[in-house]
Design a protein around this ligand. Structure first.
Ligand code: SF4
Ligand code: SF4
Length: 182
């Protein structure tokens, strides 16, 4: 191929490409439209965490750091026994090691870990990629709501139990009101 025809071909490709719509976006001016379940960052709902350590044990990268201590609670009534519970002191995830596999979110038996699509936490200091519990808790505000339940699906047992309890309480209240009126 001669230089002239090569140049013409190159220019033709350039002209053709210039008239096409760009498939890229000018981030950060244009924010990407991510699927709601994107794996951006992991959020901690620490009120649900029982410090069972399952997530830390199952994490293939060993990048979840949890510290806790035991607290003894007094017996609730006479003859009862004291109870002990774990109190969370530290919960951190090192996102410089995390491979975003999602195992921790999947294995948590108490729904304390969630995926957030938020991804704008790049930093020039690798130490800042270890997010402590306060930061992980803040990410909860960016977790999307779960999709609505399938109306044709079986009623979840938690909702069924709550509905029965509410119906029972309403029936008892109605009986009490009826007796009071009579
Ligand atoms: S997503 Fe995977 S690698 Fe990251 S903290 Fe969870 S279990 Fe560990
Ligand atoms: S698996 Fe869930 S409840 Fe257990 S320590 Fe991890 S976040 Fe907390």
């Amino acid at each position: 191929m001669s230089l002239g025809s090569g140049l013409a071909k190159g220019l033709a490709i350039t002209l053709r490409t210039m008239t096409r719509r760009a498939v890229t976006a000018q981030y950060p001016e244009a924010q990407p439209e991510l699927p709601p379940r994107s794996r951006g960052v992991i959020a901690l709902f620490e009120e649900n965490c029982t410090v069972c350590m399952l997530c830390a044990r199952e994490c293939p990268d060993w990048c979840i750091y949890i510290d806790s201590h035991k607290e003894t609670l007094p017996a609730v009534g006479p003859g009862g026994r004291e109870r002990s519970r774990n109190v969370l002191d530290r919960f951190a995830i090192d996102f410089s090691l995390c491979m975003y596999c999602g195992i921790c979110v999947e294995v948590c038996p108490f729904d304390a870990l969630f995926w957030s699509p938020e991804f704008e936490y790049a930093t020039t200091d690798i130490r800042e990629l270890t997010h402590e519990r306060d930061t992980l808790r803040e990410w909860m505000w960016t977790v999307p709501e779960p999709p609505p339940l399938d109306p044709a699906g079986v009623e979840p047992k938690e909702i069924a139990a709550a509905r029965k309890a509410a119906e029972k309480a309403a029936a008892e209240q109605a009986t009490d009101t009826g007796e009071g009126a009579g």
